[in-house]
Design a protein around this ligand. Structure first.
Ligand code: 26Y
Length: 818
């Protein structure tokens, strides 16, 4: 092995340089005297990977020896983004790498840009999983993540003539140095077939005879903690054809077709579903869910059996966290393996299941909950359907004892939904089988308890908890905003806040210091210039860093109300156009930045993207407006674009209709970076208000408890004149495409406007005017910005994960010695 000493790879620049050159030659296969930026990136990544593997092994060995209770985090989506910067920072070798590269004539930042994103997820839920993995490793928790190794990540968004087009993201094309392929760690995953009854060792057993078997192969992605040797694992499964050949199918003579059919197994892990709204009962999606869940559960049970003779201790050693209901087939899968294969009796197996599972809900909309058609389940997973029916039978009996024959209640709570399409309600299955159900913010939890899962809350109030989401300050300050990171450490006199976020509060003591204010402004300005350069390079629009950068970056959804933002911009444009010269001097120049993807089948969201471009086109090319207003859409918003946009933003919008955003995590990332928030009183914003005070943000709009009454009022709701005027402008074709935009306009007027844009418009404009006023006074703005960062400590995923560890998973840190 390269640069090895005392069993450890050395981290000084000279050793790193030697390793990099060796990898150029032996891994990349290029001459060490001639290689380009991408090849240098590959060689550097492999050198970092070697160090990760070393720590990974030590950590796993240590866990094995100590045998602590372990957490397994099951998620169908992980939005990891890039790994290089994060890894070298967490390993503490960034400066040494930069030095080593400098002497070779390369720049670390340039190489870091060579890496593509690992975009194996849609949005908030998936990035949350990534931040929580970072916190788990940093806090030394014995935890592993499990997921799917999609060959195609979330689609690339390409904008043509203002319309979104989706291009496949074949992210593995350029290799992936961050994973370790373990061809020998694999499990058979079964599908279809029948269930037979048999006598086995004197036991009466159900035996599932599958119709198809697919192999799950492990790919391990080391997750390094910061300031610790602990390096945990994200194990992703890839589907491969099973090695056991059914001779009969080859005897038919159609050898070619038989092989091609088997090859289809790989489609299971080929593509991430790009919809984060409504669950469609698609067979492939169900296959993905079961495939990853079954391989993970088999792996977990195998690991447990390595060091335990029976399952008595299983609940003391294993906790399984379900990231939403997507992996909830893990529940019947654990039952199946314990009862059918390990011959544990049903009663004991059920006792185990009830102790080990917990799940987190990420939605507020009952329509967003998954339902699997019974027909589909009975053909794909016949044994699991039986198990679910058996669980439901006991559950309904329990309900009858408790509530009597209240049939309405029974049918609402049953795991099985009768109706036109008989279905399994995955949320109800999870509610019945998990010991804890978490919401992702306080208001979200209240909504779950009083509306979405009211019946279950009445039955089991003790199961309901909430853990307000958090984000990793390592990724969202240290990696993405090195300037601010250095400044925070300088003024706090320590960099300990990177592991102990509460220290960041200490910035409050310096908020009045003119020197800090000056330096704070400088760092932010440098970030704004970097963002301006990116925007010019990407879409050719020149923007001035003197303007207020106002951003809204998130998936496009009606409830997130990007449309409200655009209508506000049209109004602002109108106002400026109607001003005389001297009034224009008082206008605060703004650059409005919107970024986000629309699910490919979400028509209205796609129209919102087109409208944004149409309005931007008009405004940006209007010489009469000059530098006072710009509207730009950043294409292909993803984690690495976020890392660039967030540090360079002055104001950010989190303007969902109150009661609709379960939590929101973008608001936390922007807050940490000293960006002010313009927001509705929704999701985690409510808790942000508690931390930084409403005087340091711009709040507006109806409150969650008013929404139902307002909706009921329908057309009797008051809508301001300015609102009708801007909608009219779109209808009249001022921005072109009036036929295409008609349905958008219709959704805002008449009996429509479900998301209450008209109702909130006046107070939205007032909040925007307040933001303008604050921005004019740059000293005040800078102080508010410092107070945002200082007050962001509660929104670290370290806090979230700490709460889960203590209250839900009951796990303790297990720190591998250096
Ligand atoms: C079942 C399938 C259609 C589906 C796939 C992905 C359904 C939902 C999702 C993703 C949901 C999601 O990302 N929700 C967001 O989770 C964040 C983390 O908890 C929250 O901050 C955010 O409010 C919520 O919308």
């Amino acid at each position: 092995m390269f640069g090895l000493m005392d069993g450890f790879l050395k981290n000084d620049p000279v050793s790193l340089q030697k390793d990099i050159l060796d990898h150029v030659e032996y891994t990349v296969g290029r001459s060490r005297f001639s290689f380009d930026d991408f090849e240098a990136y590959q060689a550097l990544s492999h050198s970092v990977r070697d160090r990760l593997i070393e720590r990974w092994h030590d950590t796993q060995q240590y866990f094995k020896r100590k045998d602590p209770k372990r957490l397994y985090y099951l998620s169908l989506e992980f939005l990891m983004g890039r790994s290089l910067s994060n890894s070298v920072i967490n390993l503490g070798i960034k400066d040494q790498c930069a030095d080593a590269l400098n002497q070779l004539g390369f720049e670390f930042e340039v190489l870091a840009e060579q890496e593509g994103d690992a975009a194996l997820g849609n949005g908030g839920l998936a990035r949350l999983a990534a931040c929580q993995m970072d916190s788990l490793a940093t806090m030394d928790f014995p935890a592993w993540g499990y997921g799917l190794r999609y060959q195609y990540g979330l689609f690339r968004q390409v904008i043509l003539d203002g319309f979104q087009h989706e291009q496949p993201d074949y992210w593995l094309n350029f290799g992936n140095p961050w994973e370790i392929e373990h061809l020998r760690i694999s499990y058979a995953v079964k599908f279809y077939g029948t269930v037979e009854e048999k006598q086995l060792d004197g036991h009466h057993c159900k035996v599932w005879v599958p119709g198809e078997t697919v192999e799950a192969v492990a790919y391990d992605n080391p997750i390094p903690g910061y300031g610790t040797r602990n390096t945990t694992n994200l194990r992703l499964w890839a589907a491969k054809p099973n090695g056991h050949y059914d001779l009969e199918s080859f005897d038919t003579g159609d050898y070619i077709n038989a092989v091609i059919n088997r090859q289809r197994a790989e489609t299971i892990s080929s593509i991430l579903y790009p919809d984060d709204r409504s669950y469609q009962g698609k067979e492939l999606r169900l296959k993905q869910q079961y495939f990853f869940v079954s391989a993970s559960v088999q792996d977990i049970i195998r690991r447990f059996k390595d060091s335990h003779r029976n399952f008595d201790q299983f609940p003391e050693k294993v906790a399984l966290q379900l990231n939403d209901t997507h992996p909830s087939l893990a529940i019947p899968e654990v039952m199946r393996i314990l009862v059918d294969e390990e011959l544990v009796n049903w009663h004991n197996a059920w006792d185990i299941v009830r102790k080990i599972f917990s799940f987190t809900v990420h939605t507020v909309v009952p329509g967003g909950l998954e339902k699997i058609p019974v027909d589909l389940l009975s053909s794909l997973l016949p044994r699991h359907l039986q198990i679910i029916y058996d669980i439901n039978f006991s559950f309904v009996e329990e309900l009858k004892k408790r509530f009597g024959l209240d049939y309405d209640r029974l049918s609402r709570m049953s795991i099985v939904e009768e109706g036109a399409v008989k279905s399994i309600r995955m949320a109800n299955l999870s509610l019945v089988c998990c010991h804890a159900i978490d919401g992702v913010s306080r208001i979200h939890s209240d909504i779950l308890k009083t509306r979405v899962f009211k019946d279950f809350f009445e039955l089991w109030p003790q199961k309901f908890q909430y853990k307000t989401n958090g984000v990793s300050q390592r990724r969202w300050i240290v990696v993405s905003n090195p300037g601010l990171c250095a400044l925070i450490s300088k003024w706090l006199g320590t960099d300990a806040w990177i592991r102990d976020i509460d220290l960041i509060m200490g910035l409050r003591d310096h908020v009045e210091d003119a020197e800090l204010q000056q330096q704070w402004k400088m760092v932010r300005r440098v970030n704004k210039i970097r963002l301006a350069e990116y925007i010019e390079a990407m879409i050719g629009v020149k923007i001035s860093p003197d303007a207020m950068f106002d951003v809204q970056i998130k998936r496009i959804h009606e409830y997130k109300r990007q449309l409200l933002n655009i209508l506000g911009i049209i109004h602002r444009y109108d106002c400026i156009k109607n001003m005389n010269k001297s009034d224009r001097r008082n206008v605060v120049p703004r650059v409005c930045i919107i970024g986000g993807k629309a699910a490919p089948g979400y028509e209205i969201a796609k129209k919102i993207i087109k409208l944004c471009h149409a309005v931007g086109e008009t405004i940006n090319n209007d010489p009469d407006i000059g530098g006072l207003l710009k509207l730009v859409f950043i294409p292909d918003y993803n984690v690495s674009v976020a890392e660039l946009v967030i540090p360079g933003s002055d104001l950010s919008q989190h303007i969902s209709t109150a009661g609709h955003e379960a939590s929101g995590t973008g608001n936390m990332k922007l807050l940490m970076n000293g960006c002010l928030l313009l927001a509705t009183v929704d999701g985690s914003t409510i808790e942000i208000i508690e931390e930084i005070g409403k005087e340091n943000m711009f709040l507006f709009g109806a409150k969650a408890h008013e929404v139902a009454t307002l909706r009921a009022k329908g057309q009797a709701r008051k809508v301001p004149l300015q609102f009708s005027r801007v909608v009219r402008k779109i209808r009249d074709g001022y921005f072109g495409s009036e036929v295409y935009f008609k349905s958008l306009c219709d959704s805002l007027e008449g009996s429509g406007d479900f998301y209450l844009l008209g109702n909130d418009f006046a107070s939205y404009l007032e909040a925007q005017a307040e933001a303008d006023k604050a921005f004019v006074d740059q000293e005040r703005w800078t102080k508010m910005s410092i107070l945002c960062t200082a007050g962001s400590g509660r929104f670290s995923s370290d806090r979230t994960v700490g709460e889960y560890a203590e209250k839900t998973w009951r796990i303790e840190p297990c720190r591998c010695p250096f």
